[in-house]
Design a binder for this molecule. Structure first.
Ligand code: PMP
Length: 359
């Protein structure tokens, strides 16, 4: 059979949400605010500077960027504890390449980010999925038992979780790090970490206590830089060194490094927009509940709501009103990313119109 693809990849569709050109795009948890003129100018100047030496390979160890990311994270994290790649998707694949592999198992808890099983498949790692409770939290005793039974090499725990928005308390992270022990790593995927509600701590708080803990972040969401592809992790230096063994040479281009460094210089401005999105998120959750919908508590820049007997009809109806959301999560639920106030007004009008007729 041509092409002579690996057996398990035959007939598999590439992952990806529909990229449709509609007025209100609330389907892939992007930040709705494009970079300000100040950010555009700084990025453009930095890229022009980087262009002067594009005949050379970039700094393979991206020392300056690792230092800047470490300062941004705080919590006593230093440059040797930081590693970066082209999006946290690549970070996760590198972790699976280094710590997964044949004879090893990766574990997560459903419903969760749909790329995880793909990283496992692509690194020939066995994949086991436990379940979350009906409120999408983890039952820690059930999780611990599963860890003890499966003995995973990698546990993937998004916090806040996608698609539910649920954050994990640091005690849960500590309990799982201890249950996994030194024969595995626990990856807390904080892609949406900056959107947590006040008082919900990051797993970075317990990083010094656990050598096997990896906290991943991305500049795609809080830094409004999805197009630049920059994800990173904080972990023990030994873990960064292990990932360096599997990374491709010069995987992080000089242009990417320059763009990320420029955006980090504007962190306070960009995080101001995150605050606006958190307010809009809380207002959206409250509004959906007022309309009688069920809504999962959200610490992210999206919320999961439902339930609909025919969620596809609701999704389709919204699209007919020019509003694209995501048909994902458990049966009957839909996920909407938080956009600008105007976009959320369009979403609310469209949902009212659609559930009035289709609900
Ligand atoms: N983790 C989670 C939970 C996500 O939802 C996403 C993207 N939607 C990612 C990681 C990957 O993001 P990126 O590769 O843009 O950093």
């Amino acid at each position: 059979m041509f092409p002579p693809l690996r057996e398990e990849l035959r007939g598999v569709e590439p992952y990806g949400a529909p990229q449709l050109d509609v007025p209100v795009q609330l389907n892939v948890n992007e930040n709705p605010y494009p970079p300000s003129e100040a950010v555009v100018d700084d990025v453009a100047r930095s890229v022009a500077e980087a262009t002067r030496t594009l005949n050379r390979y970039p700094d393979r160890e991206f020392v300056e960027l690792r230092g800047a990311l470490a300062s941004y994270l705080g919590h006593g994290v230093c440059a040797e504890q930081v590693w970066a790649a082209n999006g946290s998707n690549e970070i996760m694949l590198q972790l699976l390449q280094a710590f997964g592999g044949p004879g090893r198992t990766a574990l997560s808890f459903a419903p969760t980010y749909s790329m995880y099983p793909e990283y496992a498949r692509d690194s020939n790692t066995a994949w086991v999925q436990g379940r979350r409770e009906s409120d999408f939290a983890l039952d820690l005793e059930v999780a611990r038992e599963l860890v003890e039974r499966v003995r995973p090499s990698v546990v993937l725990l998004p916090s806040p979780n996608n698609p539910t928005g649920t954050a994990l308390p640091p005690e849960a992270v500590s309990l799982l790090c201890e249950a996994v022990g030194e024969s595995g790593i626990v990856v807390v995927d904080e892609a949406y970490g900056e959107f947590r509600r006040a008082g919900v701590p990051s797993a970075l708080e317990v990083l010094p206590q656990h050598r096997n803990l990896v906290v991943t972040r991305t500049m795609s969401k809080a830094f409004a830089l999805a197009g630049a592809r920059l994800g990173y992790l904080a972990a023990a230096p030994e873990i960064c060194d292990a990932v360096r063994v599997v990374r491709l040479p010069y995987h992080l281009s000089a242009v990417t490094q320059a763009v990320a460094l420029a955006a980090l210089r504007h962190a306070p401005e960009l995080l101001g927009k995150v605050d606006q999105l958190r307010v809009e998120r809380d207002a959206t959750v409250a509004w959906l509940r007022e309309q009688g919908h069920q809504v999962a508590d959200s610490d992210a820049n999206f919320c999961l709501f439902g339930t609909f007997a025919d969620r596809h009809a609701v999704w389709r109806g919204l699209l007919d009103h020019g509003v694209l959301i995501r048909e994902t999560g458990p049966d009957g639920w839909l996920r909407v990313s938080i956009g600008t106030a105007e976009e959320m007004t369009s979403f609310k009008h469209a949902l009212t119109a659609v559930t009035g007729t289709a609900g």
